[in-house]
Design a binder for this molecule. Structure first.
Ligand code: GH3
Ligand code: MG
Ligand code: MG
Ligand code: MG
Length: 316
């Protein structure tokens, strides 16, 4: 019943959930320029550097392509940008900023006023055509390194290494949309550590923290790169499973439950060992109208059942 292509990989043993280095997401560059000669040449140069490059020859196409593909960087002709009108341009730049996507302008005109105007509108720079490729490539590399650091800092929960809730809100609908478009199943799991308050009360918060780290580490070791683990809040976590039906998700979360319940934690201060459990709820997409909030609500209800039925269990 399962497609081999999507078969679950062996546990990777990764200790951190993070934006994967091999993800192309962050390395997509969108060039908006009416000169195909300019953009094809630039595309070729940047592809040699390992970027994925998309081209739009009109401004409206470029904006549309941005929404569709969410590139990590936009290179746009200065005149085309300003021709769309200052108001539209400002609103496009503000959308880019919300997505933490830098934009640079390029143009045949040289002069500090073009740079000033570019910075004023919110762009990250202005480059004179024809581009000095040596300069431009090192600039791009520098920006992408910064982008990556910023992404890491703003998306990862410091304590556990899980993705944070802000990142979950930003990405979950997007992730669901792409699965729904292709008519595939998307499954969410909600986990909550059982009687965690008493772990803190008995052994202290620092020991409690170790339990949370341990939970994420167990879940990470049993999931694939494309599965995302989010810290929803406190001792609650959400895992998104792609290409995973309910039955398979159930088996997987059962495995996690058993692995976590078998972990032995040490309370240094008291010099005692103890164990912990979690309860979980699973929800899968059933209709294309469902939002991430609908799915989270369903998973939460299933989790509530696990709690009500005595904890340390998984409910579909
Ligand atoms: P239940 O089985 O019903 O889930 O009970 P519970 O005790 O786990 O649930 P409750 O919501 O009463 O308590 C959750 C506790 O989690 C309370 C809060 O202090 C603790 N907590 C939240 N975030 C952290 C954290 O980052 N570190 C530690 N050590 N504790 C945390
Ligand atoms: Mg809770
Ligand atoms: Mg609670
Ligand atoms: Mg709890």
């Amino acid at each position: 019943e399962e497609n081999d292509l999507f078969a679950r990989k062996a546990p990777s043993g990764r200790q951190q959930t993070s934006i994967s280095d091999t993800d192309t997401d962050g390395r997509i560059i969108l060039i908006i320029d009416s000169s195909l000669e300019f953009s094809s040449k630039l595309k070729e140069e940047l592809e040699n550097e390992g970027y994925v490059v998309l081209i739009a020859i009109a401004m409206d196409k470029g904006v549309e392509m941005f929404y569709r593909t969410r590139p990590g960087f936009v290179i746009c002709d200065f005149r085309m940008a300003f021709d769309m009108g200052e108001e539209s341009l400002l609103s496009f730049v503000s959308v880019l900023r919300m997505n933490m996507t830098p934009i640079v302008f390029t143009g045949f005109d040289s002069g500090v006023q073009y740079e000033i105007e570019s910075y004023e509108i919110g762009a990250s720079g202005y480059f004179v055509k024809p581009l000095d490729m040596k300069l431009f490539k090192v600039y791009m590399r520098n920006r992408f390194t910064w982008q990556k650091d910023i992404e890491r800092i703003t998306t990862i929960d410091e304590l556990t290494g899980a993705l944070n809730r802000k990142h979950m809100n930003r990405t979950l609908d997007q992730q669901m949309d792409s699965y729904k478009r292709e008519g595939r199943t998307f499954t969410l799991v909600m986990l909550d550590v059982d009687h965690f308050k008493s772990v803190n009360d008995t052994y202290g918060h620092l020991t409690g923290d170790q339990v949370l780290k341990g939970l994420v580490s167990v879940c990470t070791s049993l999931t694939r790169e494309q599965d995302k683990i989010f810290r929803f809040g406190g001792e609650e976590f959400v895992i998104s499973l792609s290409e995973t039906g309910e039955a398979e998700a159930f088996r997987l979360v059962e495995q996690m439950r058993e692995a976590f319940a078998a972990e032995v934690f040490t309370a240094e201060e008291q010099g005692v060992e103890f164990q912990c459990t979690f309860s979980a709820g699973i929800a899968a997409t059933e209709s294309p109208d469902e939002s991430k909030d609908d799915l989270l609500e369903k998973a939460d209800q299933a989790l509530y059942k696990s709690k009500a039925c005595g904890r340390n269990q998984v409910t579909l």
